[in-house]
Design a protein around this ligand. Structure first.
Ligand code: NI
Length: 178
């Protein structure tokens, strides 16, 4: 088995971050390896969630680990074809960030609890209700599969400012690479 690899993460704006990703077919070793690569990429960043479109892969795969307490057991989670099947009426406001929008944070309001169905790495259909940080994170990551970024929930002017900041960051990165 080859060692998991770390992918470069796409930075907004990028057309690949705005696409609706494709359902994955039956689970395979390739898909399990992709999930391992995504987890490694996420932990390395570091981050608590990553969606396949963020590494330029047009498939409905997300990974998460929202266990942040020092010394707590990590909970690496990979979901294939995740779908929100129930959302609470109660809302929750949480400050969000995104590995594709580095160093930008903003409050986003979303349903407080969500029930998600997904295929696990063995291709078994799973269903679980998430709350707190996990609920925020899973909604944020599933949004990525539909080409939606957390800044899409902000006012247009704020979104434009962030997009310009990211365009400048990408120019700076490109210049450093020359
Ligand atoms: Ni994100």
């Amino acid at each position: 088995m080859p060692q998991a690899m770390i992918y470069p993460i796409l930075i907004h704006p990028d057309p690949r971050l705005k696409k609706v990703a494709q359902d994955v077919p039956d689970l395979s070793d390739e898909l399990r390896a992709l999930a391992d690569d995504m987890l490694k990429t996420m932990y390395h960043a570091p981050g608590i969630g990553l969606a396949a479109p963020q590494i330029g892969i047009d498939q409905r795969v997300i990974v998460m680990d929202c266990v942040k307490e020092e010394g707590a057991t990590p909970r690496p989670t990979a979901m294939f074809n995740p779908k929100i099947v129930e959302s609470s009426d109660e809302k929750n406001i949480h400050e969000e960030g995104c590995l594709s929008i580095p160093d930008v944070y903003a409050d986003v309001e979303r349903p407080r609890d969500v029930t998600v169905e997904w295929l696990d790495r063995d291709g078994v259909l799973r269903r679980e209700t998430f709350t707190g940080l996990w609920a925020t994170c899973v909604q944020h990551e599933i949004d990525h599969l539909d080409g939606v970024l957390f800044i899409d929930y902000l006012k247009p002017l704020k979104r434009q400012l962030i997009t310009r900041k990211m365009q400048k960051l990408k120019r700076d990165i490109a210049r450093d690479k020359v």
